[in-house]
Design a protein around this ligand. Structure first.
Ligand SMILES: Cc1ncc(COP(=O)(O)O)c(C=O)c1O
Length: 386
C-alpha cells in the first residue's frame, strides 16, 4: 500500500499545540508553524483503526498492559535495532520527558552534577534544574558539516558528575551518533561511574546512510549503567497519547526507577496509548519506511533550495530526526533580530536556536515533517526575507 504524505489536514481547532498555540508562542496566530516536533502527516490508518475498534467497546475502565504490549515492543527492538530486551526490563512512563525527570529523582540528590550536551532538547535542562541538581554543559563542537562531541571536556566533567543525559540521536543538530562516538562516551562514563540516561525517542527516525546504535547495546557493562528511554510518539505521530517506556537491564537501577514511578502514581498509563503502541510496533514497518523516504526527500529538497536561493543559510544535514538545524550567522543579526525577522517579516514559526542552550546562537530549527506543499511555502517565505 502506498501512503499519501502529501495529504493536507486542517489542524486548527483540535487543541493542537503546533497550530492552536501560535498566538501564545509567537505573538502572531498566523505564522506558518514549522516548530514543535510533531508531524503534519496523519497518524497511520492501522493505529487509528485499532483505536476506533477499541473505542467502540463502551467501557474504558482501569486497564493493564498485557503480554502483547511487551511482546510488540520487544519484537520491535529486535527487528529494528537487533537489540535483545527482556520483558522485566521494560517500565512504562507517560512520556519520555517524565522518564527523564523520574530518572533524575531516582539516581541523584540535590546539588549533584548532571551533564547535558547543548544545543539540546530544552527539557533536558529543566529535568536537572527543577529538582535542584546542578546542570553541567559539555557543549557540542560545531564543525563545518556536522556537530561532534568534546570528549576531552566530557572526561574532565565526568570526574565529579553523577549522570549524563544523552540525546541519541541528537535533537536539534540531527546527529545519529556513531558506534565509535558512543563507545568513547561509554568508556568515559564507565571509568568515572557516571550513569547514562539515553533518550532514544528519535532512534526510529534515522535517515539513509546512517544507523542507530542503541547505547545500552554497546556491551553488558554499558547496559549496566544505562537507562534507555523510547516511545512510539515521534515515529508514528501519537505524542498526544503520552505513552513511552524505559528499558533498564540493571535490576538495582530498575527497582530504584520503579520505586519513584510508583510513588508518583504515574505508571497507570492510558488505554488508548497501549492500543496505539501495539498497532504501531506490530504493523508499523512499511509505513515507517515510506515516511522516512518522504522525510528524506524533504531534507534533500530543503538542501537544494537553500543552496540555490539562500546560500548564506548554513544547513546541517540531519542524519536522523525530521528537524533541520539552520545557521543564519552569516547575516550578522542578533538572536532577537533573527527571531523578529522570522516571525514578523517572514511569517514563520520556527524553534529559536538559543532555546536549546549554549551553542544555539544564530540558529533556528526547521521541522520538515509536513507535506512538501507546506515546506515549499515555508522556504519561499524564508527566501523573501533573507
Ligand atoms: C529528545 C526528545 N526527548 C523527548 C521528547 C518528548 O518526549 P515526550 O513527549 O514523550 O515527553 C522530544 C520531543 O521533541 C525529544 O525531541
Amino acid at each position: 500500500m502506498q501512503y499519501d504524505f502529501n495529504k493536507m489536514h486542517e489542524r486548527e481547532g483540535t487543541a493542537c499545540v503546533k497550530y492552536d498555540l501560535r498566538e501564545m508562542y509567537f505573538k502572531r496566530a498566523d505564522v506558518l508553524p514549522m516548530w514543535v516536533a510533531d508531524m503534519d502527516f496523519e497518524t497511520p490508518d492501522f493505529i487509528r483503526e485499532a483505536i476506533v475498534e477499541r473505542a467502540l467497546h463502551p467501557l474504558y475502565g482501569y486497564t493493564f498492559r498485557d503480554e502483547k504490549y511487551y511482546t510488540n515492543i520487544i519484537n520491535w527492538f529486535q527487528r529494528r535495532h537487533h537489540w535483545h530486551v527482556e520483558k522485566d526490563w521494560i517500565l512504562f512512563t507517560p512520556g519520555v520527558v517524565p522518564a527523564l525527570n523520574i530518572a533524575v529523582l531516582s539516581y541523584t540528590n540535590p546539588g549533584d552534577k548532571i551533564i547535558v550536551q547543548p544545543p539540546v532538547y530544552f527539557p533536558f535542562f529543566t529535568a536537572v534544574k527543577d529538582h535542584d541538581r546542578t546542570l553541567v554543559y559539555n557543549q557540542l563542537i560545531k564543525g563545518e558539516k556536522h556537530y561532534s562531541i568534546n570528549f576531552e571536556q566530557l572526561e574532565e566533567l565526568a570526574t565529579d558528575a553523577k549522570m549524563l543525559i544523552l540525546c541519541n540521536p541528537h535533537n536539534p543538530v540531527g546527529r545519529a551518533w556513531t558506534k565509535n562516538e558512543l563507545e568513547c562516551i561509554a568508556e568515559i562514563c564507565l571509568k568515572h561511574n557516571v550513569l547514562v540516561l539515553s533518550d532514544e525517542i528519535h532512534s526510529d527516525l534515522v535517515l539513509k546512510g546512517h544507523k542507530h546504535q542503541v547505547f545500552a547495546d554497546i556491551s553488558p557493562e554499558v547496559a549496566d549503567i544505562t537507562i534507555t528511554a523510547h516511545a512510539p510518539s515521534k515515529t508514528f505521530n501519537i505524542a498526544g497519547l503520552a505513552t513511552s517506556s524505559v528499558v533498564i537491564s540493571n535490576k538495582e537501577l530498575r527497582l530504584k526507577f520503579d520505586k519513584t514511578l510508583k510513588a508518583l502514581h504515574v505508571d497507570m498509563g492510558n488505554l488508548f496509548g497501549f492500543v496505539a503502541s501495539n498497532a504501531a510496533f506490530s504493523k508499523g514497518d512499511e509505513w515507517l519506511s515510506q515516511l522516512l523516504d518522504y522525510v528524506q526527500a524533504n531534507v534533500d529538497f530543503t538542501e537544494d533550495f537553500l543552496l540555490k536561493h539562500l546560500p548564506k543559510v548554513k544547513m546541517f544535514r540531519p542524519e536522523a530526526t525530521y528537524m533541520i538545524w539552520l545557521d543564519f550567522k552569516a547575516y550578522g543579526f542578533s538572536d532577537d533580530e533573527l527571531k523578529q525577522k522570522m516571525i514578523m517579516e517572514a511569517g514563520l514559526g520556527l524553534s529559536q536556536g538559543i532555546t536549546f542552550g549554549p551553542g544555539g546562537e544564530s540558529c533556528m530549527r526547521l521541522n520538515v515533517a509536513c507535506p512538501k506543499e507546506i515546506l515549499t511555502e515555508a522556504l519561499e517565505k524564508l527566501c523573501k526575507v533573507f
